[in-house]
Design a protein around this ligand. Structure first.
Ligand code: DX5
Ligand code: ZN
Length: 220
């Protein structure tokens, strides 16, 4: 399992230090939650702060857009050269066009599905994607309870991926811990996002990341 700590649960008073800690702790991606106060009832960070995160990080950024105007935000964050940019299918009228644009910018495109959205909604986009992100909470806040139906959804998505683009990764975001990560791994999930579990772990971020690395694999 690949691990992408969400910096939403970091201490923003010492953000660079907290970003370095998860990179030194062996994470694979640094998950960055961008919220605009419209698509979700919360507001987080923009390019000025994400630039500081990019400077501190020694692992690729995984930018998760929770915004209304996806094309605008893609252009805004592209100069920071993140590894991935993901956007919500529920908020995009021309997802295929935006996927092409993200790839043209040299970034891996990913699509996010809210808890109610079936995997079939993106069946004909899978061959153009590098990753699909399944929300296992309602987007907007860290520290929420895991929604178990994501397990069945991941299994269904895995079948579509095997048929259409076996290289496409499945990522799950929200309420992930060292217990439900096992079920996620069995369902075919490749990457877990974890915010509060990593940053509030009593033994520190390194041990937290290691405890999520079930059925480990290489990442390049
Ligand atoms: C929620 C965000 C998540 C959040 C996860 O909208 O997309 O990335 O930070 O936090 P935890 O792991 O605490 O649920
Ligand atoms: Zn996220």
């Amino acid at each position: 399992m690949l691990v992408a700590p969400s910096i939403l649960s970091a201490d923003f008073g010492k953000l660079a230090e907290d970003v370095k800690a998860v990179c030194d702790g062996g994470c694979d991606l640094v998950h960055v939650d961008v919220m605009d106060g419209h698509f979700v009832p919360n507001l987080t960070i923009g390019p000025v702060v994400v630039e500081a995160v990019a400077k501190a990080a020694t692992k690729p950024l995984d930018i998760h857009l929770m915004v209304e105007n996806n094309p605008f935000f893609v252009e805004l964050f592209a100069p920071l050269k993140p590894g991935y940019i993901s956007f919500h299918i529920e908020e995009e009228k021309n997802p295929h066009r935006l996927i092409q644009r993200i790839r043209e910018l040299g970034i891996k495109p990913a699509i996010v599905l809210n808890p109610h959205t079936p995997p079939e909604a993106i069946e004909f986009l899978i061959e153009d994607l590098d990753m699909v992100l399944l929300m296992s909470v309602n987007p907007g806040f860290g520290g929420q309870k895991f929604i178990p139906s994501v397990i069945e959804k991941a299994k269904r998505l895995k079948k579509l991926i095997e048929k259409r683009n076996p290289d496409c990764l499945i990522e799950v975001d929200g309420g992930v811990n060292d217990v439900n990560v096992r079920e996620l791994a069995d369902a075919g999930v490749d990457v877990v996002v974890a915010g509060s579990f990593v940053y509030k772990h009593p033994k520190g971020v390194k041990e937290a990341i290691e405890s999520l690395r079930v059925g480990s694999e290489d990442f390049s």
